[in-house]
Write a protein that binds this ligand. Structure first.
Ligand code: FES
Length: 107
């Protein structure tokens, strides 16, 4: 398990133990975090799992694939330098303590 903190746009905070080997998106969806929609179920085809990774953690993540970078262009909310698709972030022991902020809208 790795502890992941999800902070909704309105400030609501969830601290969730997410199983290693699943994704940051799955941790949100399976625990009722409303700011992640994940319409395509992790298929890298919707960009409704957009999140902003806390600056201290962003550099610790493997780089986004070209497909993820392209899909981020479809994100409904502003894309920032720390934008990622949460379905593409695999939870590892090293990510224990990860903090992600969620955009105002996913559509
Ligand atoms: S859930 Fe659709 S791209 Fe992440």
């Amino acid at each position: 398990m790795a502890s992941v903190t999800y902070i909704e746009h309105n400030g609501t905070e969830y601290v969730i133990d997410v199983p290693v080997g699943t994704s940051v998106m799955q941790g949100a969806v399976q625990n009722g975090v409303e700011g992640i929609v994940a319409e395509c179920g992790g298929g890298l085809a919707c960009a409704t799992c957009h999140c902003y990774v806390d600056a201290a953690w962003f550099a610790k993540l493997p780089a986004a694939s070209e497909a993820e970078v392209q899909m981020l262009d479809s994100a409904a909310n502003d894309r920032k330098s720390n934008s990622r698709l949460s379905c593409q972030i695999n939870v590892t022991d090293e990510l224990d303590g990860l903090i992600v902020r969620l955009p105002e809208k996913q559509y």
